[in-house]
Design a binder for this molecule. Structure first.
Ligand SMILES: Nc1ncnc2c1ncn2[C@@H]1O[C@H](COP(=O)(O)OP(=O)(O)OP(=O)(O)O)[C@@H](O)[C@H]1O
Ligand SMILES: [Mg+2]
Length: 256
């Protein structure tokens, strides 16, 4: 009797898990979500906050009322494959990894984002805390409140965009490159979230080691993106060259 009761309870919980989650996920991803919900004690997963080029992000709440963000990578997009090949090429951490199918490829991609997040988090760069990664699903700290995500820098009202925010983002960039030794590679007003005046760098799957052959070029573009945005908001910016001089990868390049 008791066993039957438990089974029944489990079935009911599984049905409850996805309140508004969409039907575009493949069977294996569903299976993984159930596994994950056991492991992390998830009570509910809600509808996607966003669907980007490579992934969808879903808010989830635990039995204890803690919120997480689940980033679920699409299992079969040509875009992911292209991006992965582009950015892992020349990165010593991913040398020797053979990927024979898309699911495996995407898992490497998710794991890469998890590793990058961990490295940044460890080095005090303000990023969502990485929690767990399982194949194509990355779990991280939810940036927002009560399941409502914080705005992107792009969405922030003009009166909240000031020099202090700009300087703080540049400080994060400084730590990212000089301490964590990573270059974001896709930094812009679309990949920074702002909560209570604090900025969080997100979307770090494509970040590369400072030893990567394209690191300097990517870093320069990241800085230019930020400067273009803040300049358009009337903030007094620091010239790209001047910011670049703070980084050892730039100095090394300079001497050549
Ligand atoms: N930790 C988080 N907490 C809350 N919301 C998040 C979190 N991470 C991402 N988001 C939301 O999900 C969106 C997509 O996340 P992200 O940029 O990492 O994925 P993406 O697939 O690369 O998207 P895109 O192609 O649009 O850049 C973000 O713009 C943000 O609105
Ligand atoms: Mg993004």
């Amino acid at each position: 009797m008791e066993r039957k009761g438990k089974k029944e309870e489990k079935r009911r919980k599984d049905e409850d898990l996805f309140k508004v989650v969409d039907s575009t996920l493949d069977t294996r991803t569903y299976y993984l979500l159930y596994q994950l919900s056991r492991k992390l004690n998830l009570k509910n997963i809600y509808g996607a906050i966003s669907s980007g080029k490579e992934a969808k992000v879903y808010p989830a709440i635990t039995e204890n009322g803690k919120w997480y963000a689940l980033k679920i990578y699409y299992v079969s997009t040509a875009a992911s494959k292209r991006a992965l090949e582009k950015y892992t090429f020349g990165d010593p951490r991913f040398e020797g990894i053979k990927v024979s199918n898309t699911r495996q490829l995407i898992s490497v991609w998710a794991r890469k984002e998890f590793k990058n997040l961990s490295r940044l988090f460890r080095n005090d760069v303000r990023v969502p805390e990485p929690i767990y990664v399982l194949e194509n699903i990355l779990v991280m700290q939810f940036i927002g409140e009560d399941g409502i995500r914080a705005p992107l820098l792009k969405e922030l009202p003009d009166d909240e965009i000031n020099e202090e925010l700009y300087k703080d983002i540049i400080d994060q960039l400084d730590k990212m490159v000089n301490k964590a030794e990573l270059v974001h590679g896709d930094l812009s007003e679309y990949n920074i979230m702002v909560k209570d005046g604090k900025n969080y760098i997100i979307d770090v799957s494509q970040a590369v080691d400072i030893d990567h052959p394209n690191a300097l070029e990517l870093l320069k573009r990241d800085i230019e993106n930020l400067n273009t945005f803040f300049e358009s908001k009337g903030i007094e910016i620091i010239e790209t060259e001047e910011i670049l001089r703070r980084f050892k990868i730039y100095e090394n390049e300079d001497q050549n």
